[in-house]
Design a protein around this ligand. Sequence first.
Ligand code: FE2
Ligand code: FE2
Length: 371
Amino acid sequence: MEPGRPGGRRDMDGDAGRLGSIFRILKAMNRVRSLDALLTLLARETSESIGAERSTVFIFDRARNALWSVVAEGLDRQIWLDADRGLAGHVLRTGATLITPDVSLDLRFDSSVDRSTGFTTRNALTVPIRDTRGEVTGVFQAVNKKGGVFTPGDADFLEAVAAEAGVTIENVSLYEKRRRMLESLIQALAYSIEARDPMTAGHSGNVMKYAGGISRAMGLSGAVVREIEYAALLHDYGKIGVPDAILRKPDPLDAAETEVMRSHVEQTGRILNAIEFEEDLESVARFALEHHERMDGSGYPSGLPGDAISLGGRIIAVADVFEALTAKRHYRDPMSVRDALASIRGEAGAAFDPAVVQALETYLYGGSGDS
Ligand SMILES: [Fe+2]
Ligand SMILES: [Fe+2]
């Protein structure tokens, strides 16, 4: 068989297993948010479907003119290839699929990877991965067809997978970039409020930690935990509008000052509502706005009772008070974890959601109930 893209295309093998693979891949593409997890799945499904010993997904690093293996089955380390060499480099440059029935007869084959890994490549199928503009951004390679050589049908299958992979790699990369940006922005916001008052520095981060711990102890999904953690990190952001004289006052506040201090909640809500969060973070503002609400309706700013308070708000309320009691403040020394928990437990039902208080105990003591 002539190496290179075959002239005549056959239909795919009509194999139900192959169709099953495509369904699993398509389903995963909508669900998987991590590039590594998605490409690992693609490599596994590909190897299984076309009977390859291994599949590798290479991404092109333009700055280094190199291809690196984001997923390399059978290897626990990354492979870096010179983008001008090897079968993968050839496909990267030409953008054309390559079936190589016997690598030892192909001068383009670069045996240095085999020498360093101890693996023996006999034959290979290499296809380009493209972004939505059609530019080649990587290479998908399957090696060592079990019991034969790769067929045009295998090439069709791998090209179809690579086409989907290309679009998804682009989307996931954008999503991850956006997410990293959002996370650093949120972190910067949190630092900016902590910088106002050194005595409460660390409060937001700790409240986030406790709220996350409680949420996980309650068995909430990863997406909801993340939403609650962001809301916890930013819950006091509105304090940015409270004057220093009140924010840093070492003595208890008088009634008028208390009123100003309390306004931080609505301020937090206003600021967070102005941020256009992505869909799975749309409750961040509401959770933060409700962190001073209490189960018996005695809280502020709205005096919401019981279930009218979001679960996120009820969790952050407990995390917030627990942090405040156990951390050193202007006007008193920290309380022990045991005393703080006893104090919060004493208000379960009236101020705090008993299920959330229970989850705090589980988080702190691993569910043994020992306190
Ligand atoms: Fe607060
Ligand atoms: Fe707080």
